[in-house]
Design a protein around this ligand. Structure first.
Ligand code: TXA
Ligand code: MG
Length: 335
């Protein structure tokens, strides 16, 4: 149950959305920067605040599955099976759009992304507002997604109409994105719901639709996503410490995220080691907040011990790869 003060704030936030303003709100994955999905002028504000290119489509958040028909033209039958099992929850479906969905939301594509978030504040806001809220993650374009209200304030500051503080996000990595029609299901972004769970529900294979290659771009998977400002490198355990010593011997200051007992910290000269959880879910929960924190500490490099290359680590490995690729692409560009 939300307390009276939070309910008051949520009603004020719904009024702001009706007036065409933006509201940052918590979801179970990351914080979103929301605006009325039917108001193109309000949507434009999201792009301005984030510094995001205008052709990037946004996810429309809805209160429950009954609002799907407000945005989707022909709902593929498999949607009902997926929504029954995973909504509310961290699954975004890319579906054929209705023609009256603003182009600012869909990036001019003939599809629209929709999801029902699983967070009491988001649900309550969506119900109070009564329609869909278009929202990307509430971070400056290309940077690490926010998992606390403080991250939103630090990243986007006073540009946002209002920030609803619902505490730290439970999942910590963005939703799984699945493109769906009558014939196929394509994974555009791994996330909080696993491919195995989706395949089990659909009774068919999910095709890979995102790229592990930094230079090949598919919708929703730009390599420049999810990067801290501090350059980040990923190394297997066998070479991690060798790389650490290489950097400190050149006078650099390094943060090391190794896999181990959670919460263990070691500060030794110019090396600061933080132990990250050994399970993929807990690692995902901690990843962005750890990166936000380390980004403010003035390190020359953040080095990560590569997590296992196993299916349950798909989303975490995807985000880590993108963060490190951005750093190396930026370094290349700067050279
Ligand atoms: O967990 C999440 O999904 C969070 C919370 C706030 O819901 N949102 C989020 O939004 O991560 P954003 O905008 O940062 O990432 C959504 C991705 C974008 O990369 C976008 O390209 C893709 O979804 N996307 C949205 N609509 C699409 C469409 N019609 N076709 C293909 N990709 C789409
Ligand atoms: Mg994002």
């Amino acid at each position: 149950m939300l307390d009276a003060l939070m309910q008051k704030k949520i009603h004020a936030a719904a009024d702001l959305l009706r007036a065409g303003e933006t509201v940052a709100f918590p979801t179970e994955t990351v914080y979103g920067l929301g605006a009325d999905a039917s108001n193109p002028v309000a949507i434009e504000k999201i792009f301005t605040i984030k510094g995001r290119p205008a052709d990037h489509p946004l996810i429309v958040h809805i209160a429950d599955v009954t609002q799907l028909e407000l945005y989707v033209e022909k709902i593929p039958r498999s949607v009902w099976r997926l929504s029954a099992r995973f909504w509310p929850g961290p699954l975004t479906l890319i579906l054929p759009r209705r023609s009256d969905v603003p182009n600012q939301v869909t990036g001019g594509q003939d599809t629209v992304g929709v999801r029902v978030p699983d967070h009491p504040v988001a649900t309550s806001l969506l119900k109070a507002f009564g329609r869909g809220i278009a929202a990307p993650s509430a971070n400056p374009f290309g940077r690490v997604s926010p998992t606390t209200a403080e991250h939103v304030r630090a990243g986007l500051g006073s540009g946002v109409g209002m920030i609803l503080d619902g505490g730290p996000c439970r999942v910590g990595v963005e939703s799984t994105i699945l493109s769906l029609d009558e014939k196929s299901a394509v994974l555009l972004r791994p996330g909080g719901i696993s491919v195995a769970e989706i395949e089990e529900t659909l009774g068919r294979h999910v095709l890979p639709g995102y790229s592990r290659e930094p230079r090949l771009r598919s919708p929703g998977s730009l390599p420049s996503h999810y990067a801290p400002v501090t350059p980040l490198e990923v190394h297997p355990n066998a070479t991690l410490w060798h790389r650490v010593f290489q950097i400190i011997s050149h006078g650099g200051k390094v943060a090391v995220l190794n896999l181990g007992k959670t919460g263990e910290k070691l500060e030794c000269g110019s090396v600061n080691a933080v132990s990250m959880p050994l399970t993929a879910f807990e690692y995902g929960q901690a990843l962005y907040s750890t990166l936000h924190h380390l980004d403010r500490e003035g390190f020359d490099r953040i080095l990560l011990e590569a997590p296992p290359d196993l299916p349950e680590w798909l989303a975490v490995n995807d985000r880590i790869r993108r963060a490190s690729q951005t750093s190396s692409l930026e370094r290349e560009a700067a050279q």
